[in-house]
Structure formats: C-alpha cells, structure tokens
Design a protein around this ligand. Structure first.
Ligand code: PSU
Ligand code: MN
Length: 301
C-alpha cells in the first residue's frame, strides 16, 4: 500500500472529476528563498483556481505522499531545513523510511500519475548540464517525460543548462516538445531563443488532444509544453549570459555536484541579478499554472 493523502480540496475534485493541476515542491524548498517561496506557492495555487482547476501541490511529509497540501503544511515546508530533494531514484525510499522530501519534476510526475492527474505546472525542467560530457549530469526529469503520461507545462528548460543538448535528448527519448503560441523555444528567463520548436500549438485543446492520442496509441510518456515567460517579465538572454557563466564558474571552483548544482546556480543567479531572476521566475511559474489549468480543463471535456 502506498501511503497517499489527498488534501480536502483535491479529494473533492477527484470525486467529481474536476480538473486538477499538479504542482511540485522542490521549487519551494530548493528553488526559491523564504519567504518568496511560500508566497509564490500560494499565488500559483490561486492562479490555478482562478483559471478553473484545483491545485495539488505534491510533497512527501513524514513518509506520506501528500497530493495537495493544506496551507499550514505549505508554510512549514517553505521554512523547513534539510528537506530531501526527491526524484525517481529516492522517492520510494523516502516514503518507506518515514522521511520528508520535496518532489522534483520527475517525482511530481510519478505522484501525479499515481493520483490520476494528467497535467502539471512548474518553472523549468531539469536537463543536460553544461559539461555533461564529463560530469554525465543529465536530469532524471528527461527520462520521466519519456515514460510517465503527464503533460508538463514549463518555460522551457532552465537556461543554466545546455539547451541544445537538452532538446536533442528529449527528441531521442521520443518526448513531444511543444512551444505554446510561437515558433521558437523559450529559454526560461527569456521568451525566445534561436532554437526552432519541434512542435507548435496555439490552444489548450490541441495540447490536451495530443496527450490523449499518445495514450490511445499506447505510446508511453508525457509531453513538454514550453510556455514563454510574459514579455514584460523576461530578462534578455545576452544580459543574463555573463551572470550564468560566472555562476557556473563558481560552481566548478567550489566543486558543487549532483543534486546541489541546480539549487546553487539558481541561488547565485538570484544574488548576482539582485533578485531580478526571482521576479522573472515567479512570473513564469504563474503563467505556466494558468495554461496548465486550461489544459487540465480541456482534458476532462
Ligand atoms: N523550476 C524552477 N525552479 C526549480 C525547479 C524547477 O523554476 O528549482 C526544480 C524542479 O524540481 C526540477 C529541478 O526537477 O529543479 C531540476 O533539478 P536537477 O537539475 O538536479 O535535476
Ligand atoms: Mn543532476
């Protein structure tokens, strides 16, 4: 038996077949500083509700897989120290041993699928790190997209990564990468890039239909919907590039590796941009939550 607990709101939505959007918790514990992390998590939940769906923020708390967090649990998670960052490799062990952990994109997809939720909103997925030819650091998020049938709405892969290699791997793994409403792939803090999107869709209905067709055809896996950050909130790529390079350089000098890499880089970029990266990150997550709610609604219709 898997110890799953649904929040009151999510339990009601499941019973009535209402649209639900899964939300991850690593962005809260490892992706943003307190108190903006908790404020953002609350805003994102409100955005999902306003767009006509029910939010299910996912985390493991003392050995129970929570699908939907009560307000007090969200607050506590946002301030907790030493919370594990869970992915496919360690999620079951955390639950089995009574641990507490935040779920990454990969772990949130697994939980969403267990709970019968088809759509999930986040900021940016993990991917192929720069220098992966030496470090072999490729996020488990990519393999999860290839095997678990959940549509993930993100602003692309985080621009700290090697974006061309990330999209090559997604193609190899057979993951549909859909740009929403434009021909180029977005690049997390920037709305566009010089990479052409493999697929483009302009409506939530099309995105929902494509996921349903995959399932009907017996194709495993989900879809990555890349939703550009709103223009007004973006940071131009050429402005950010030197800062990303500096953060990457510092990570190398300090020997940061494995799960610590992404949180370290996001934290340094936050400091080096004097908070602008966080403001942009908040705007893009909220934008993704709204689109995910529309897709979830289209899926139940
Ligand atoms: N989106 C954000 N901030 C984040 C993340 C996503 O805006 O911190 C998290 C997600 O949980 C994603 C993880 O799965 O970063 C990637 O970590 P890694 O590169 O170690 O796989
Ligand atoms: Mn990694």
């Amino acid at each position: 038996m898997i110890p799953i607990h649904y929040s009151a709101e999510v339990a009601t939505a499941r019973a009535s077949g209402a649209p639900i959007v899964a939300l991850e918790s690593t962005i809260i514990t490892h992706g943003m500083p307190f108190p903006q992390n908790v404020e953002t998590a609350r805003l994102v939940e409100a955005d999902v509700r306003e767009a006509g769906a029910v939010p299910a923020t996912i985390a493991v708390i003392e050995g129970t897989l929570h699908v939907g967090l009560e307000a007090a649990q969200l607050d506590a998670l946002g301030q907790a120290q030493n919370v594990a960052k869970l992915s496919r490799a360690d999620m079951a062990a955390c639950i089995a041993t009574g641990g507490t952990g935040a779920t990454t994109v990969a772990a949130t997809m697994i939980a969403a699928h267990l709970a019968g939720i088809h759509v999930f909103a986040t900021g940016g997925i993990g991917g192929v790190h720069r220098g992966a030819e030496d470090s072999f650091d490729i996020s488990a998020d990519l393999h999860e997209l290839a095997q678990t049938p959940v549509t993930v709405v993100a602003a692309g892969a985080k621009a700290i990564l090697d974006l061309p290699k990330t999209f090559e791997v997604l193609e190899t793994l057979g993951v549909p990468v859909i740009a929403y409403g434009q021909d180029q792939l977005p690049a997390f803090w920037s709305a566009t890039s010089d990479m052409a999107a493999p697929l483009r869709m302009d409506t939530a209905t099309d995105i929902a239909s494509a996921q349903k067709m995959r399932t009907a055809m017996g194709l495993s896996g989900g879809q990555l919907v890349t939703n550009p950050i709103p223009q007004a909130a973006q940071i131009p790529a050429d402005e950010l590039q030197p800062i990303i390079d500096q953060a990457l350089q510092e990570a190398q000098v300090q020997g940061i590796s494995a799960k610590a890499v992404t949180p370290f880089l996001l934290g340094r970029i936050f400091e080096l941009t004097e908070g602008r990266s966080l403001t942009a990150n908040i705007a893009l997550v909220r934008n993704n939550a709204r689109l995910a709610a529309q897709i979830a609604s289209a899926m139940v219709n």
